[in-house]
Design a protein around this ligand. Structure first.
Ligand SMILES: O=C(O)[C@H](O)[C@@H](O)[C@H](O)[C@H](O)COP(=O)(O)O
Length: 299
């Protein structure tokens, strides 16, 4: 099929190649013209604006949005509401917060445009070679018209139509909550090994665990790769950025009264990692000193 792709960053440009390799025609658009040229080098048709991209598509038009979640996706959806017509299709492949997806669904549906919220997993490698997709959307029949696209760009059994709008991005949010907890457990385990009385080779440990152990996994393979390049990760800081999905998972769990201590702790640990010092620590230190005369480290 022929479709427009907005957002040719590291996910989008790889997805474009994957789509074209699987028999689709892609019209690529990005605010960065260099990325549009790069996509053209892989065989995508170029668009100079979102409207130009839309004008190059046959009806019903299919547009895949692959821009950062939040304001950039909001702005893109607003433009698409203006540029598209009844029966056109929008697929948001980004990590949009599911309640924003519901709002986007409302905006597009009012115009008769079908909306699919698609959680995309597997990183840039998956986008390029076969990814994993969780797709929500109110109209199951319309999903059938875009199923062949997912059949081509996914790993075998690597996509799922999850039901009504919002359910795709919701599922991806929970996936990422799990991802936070798994990575935190791996990180903690290696920190214990680092501090132990024994002399472990991190790469060798990750490697042996990747061959038949219960904790073998893609994340452990990525750990093995990282330790191979830098045995004690001396070149990087332990600051853990986050895009929000772990936090959203915990917030939604709390709304439902569901305890998620592992995911919650992993979110808090990420936040703590971004601070050089804490006011909390200063307060506790001052209190210990107050009641027990315990030592305080001066700043
Ligand atoms: O499944 C995936 O392929 C990843 O989860 C991907 O979506 C992305 O790398 C995360 O959004 C990072 O999320 P954090 O920045 O919150 O760790």
């Amino acid at each position: 099929m022929k479709l427009g792709l907005i957002g040719l960053g590291k996910m989008g440009i790889n997805l474009a190649q994957n789509m074209m390799r699987n028999g689709n025609e892609v019209v690529g658009f990005d605010l960065d013209t260099k990325l549009v040229e790069e996509a053209a080098g892989y065989g995508a048709a170029s668009a100079s604006s979102l409207e130009d991209m839309v004008s190059q598509l046959p009806s019903p038009k299919i547009v895949w949005v692959m821009v950062p979640a939040g304001k950039p996706t909001d702005a893109t959806v607003d433009q698409l509401v203006a540029a598209l017509d009844k029966d056109d299709i929008v697929i948001d492949g980004g990590n949009t917060f599911w309640k924003d997806s519901l709002r986007h669904n409302r905006l597009l549906t009012e115009k008769g445009v079908h909306y699919f919220d698609c959680g995309s997993s597997g990183g840039w490698r998956g986008a390029l070679n076969g990814g994993n997709f969780m797709i929500g959307g109110d109209d199951a029949d319309v999903f059938e018209t875009i199923r062949p696209l997912f059949e081509g760009i996914s790993q075998k059994d690597g996509y799922l139509y999850t039901g009504k709008a919002g359910s795709g991005h919701y599922l991806k949010m929970v996936h990422n909550g799990i991802e936070y907890g798994m990575m935190e457990a791996i990180g903690e385990g290696f920190e214990v090994l680092q501090a132990s009385d024994f002399d472990y080779d991190n790469e060798a440990v990750a490697k042996v665990w990747n061959n038949g152990s219960v904790v073998r996994s893609w994340l452990m393979e990525l750990a093995e790769d990282a330790f191979k390049k830098d045995p004690n990760l001396d070149a990087i800081k332990g600051r853990m950025h986050s895009n929000g999905e772990g936090q959203w998972t915990v917030e939604d769990a709390m709304d439902h009264g569901i305890p998620t201590p592992v995911i919650a702790a992993s979110v808090m640990t990420r936040f703590r990692s971004m601070q050089d010092d804490t006011f909390n620590g200063k307060v506790v230190s001052a209190l210990r000193n107050g009641f027990g005369g315990h030592a305080m480290d001066k700043s």
